[in-house]
Design a protein around this ligand. Sequence first.
Ligand code: ZN
Length: 397
Amino acid sequence: MFKLSPTILNVDELKQSLLKNDSVGAFVSFEGWVRNQNADKNVVALEYEAADSLCERETAEIINEAKAKFEVQEVLCCHRTGKVSVGEMSVWIGVTAVHRDAAFTACRFVVDELKRRVPIWKKEFYSDGTVVWLEGCNAQTGVPGTSRLTEANYYDRQIKMPWVGQHGQEKIKNARILVVGAGGLGCAALTSLAQMGVGTIGVCDHDVVAAENLHRQPLYRVADVSRLKAEIAAAQLEAINPFVKVNACAQKVDDKNIEELAAPYLVLLDCTDNFEAKFLLHDYAYKNRKVLVHASIYQAEGQLRVFDFSREQKGPCLRCLWPEVPPSGPSDALSQPAVLGPVPNILGHWQALESLKWILDLPDQLQQHTLVFNVFTNEVVKIKNKRNPDCPLCAEQ
Ligand SMILES: [Zn+2]
């Protein structure tokens, strides 16, 4: 268990909460105290700032790892937040086990991993009146003065792009994008969207991670097999960028729930792998004036299309190309299992880029065209989509 505490730590209380179990044979604790010196400077106080949900998630991982590696019973970590004076305790870690060796080793493991991985930033106040932020997580360098994580430094290099800037970054932050399908296309698209700073991202996938997904779906690890993709992806994305909000939905999108699931989003990314879902998303986007970034792959080839129905409902649309949903089954090429990992990944990142171009209203967007690329021949072709005067969807507009 992990607790952040804005007040003085009560060691007796913490200890008693671990020692309720009669099977405890060993109890080991660590106490970190604020001392008056650091690198020849006289310290008078510290201030801790923590990313709460990330701290909880990362510490839960560390505790699970400790329980898997060593035969420990319970682990409790408590860390102060806010201003802490010299002579006060800033961190308390307690471990119980049947045997002392497991308790000692696990306690040392948790102390080290907590220091290395948990995002808590520390500000030191010195007797000469100066103040310096020290690195929290990734503290291996131990270099004082390195800055804590902020949106300004996270997006620094992107904001320097002339067509993004601070104003563009704000637009990206205000964007709401739903990604349907968290497979090879979705993992790549979601990662790019989160890293670019899309403020609200929805991820919808009813499936669980399978071993044969891992070669092309980089948000998942071996330990995630059999767990829900949407939930793992959401947690991973918020760890990649704590400044974005990710809403997980572990439902299969169908004609009954699509209204409710997609309503909060203006841009939809089709990262699905079957015709039925692709046409469902497309027709919903058309009827509800949404922007659809559509992608599909077949072996070494990928195709990308952007339909901006928020501005234009006169086509061409997907049903101009295929009036009816192609039959699934053996003739459905998308359901074939042969996939080369980089192909959906490239296309997924490209979907995110086209979304960005739409958010920033940049020139040369892909609307009304199909981009076809082949990774073996290195050919990229941009083809103008043709309007079908007999289209069952858009011809009547
Ligand atoms: Zn049409």
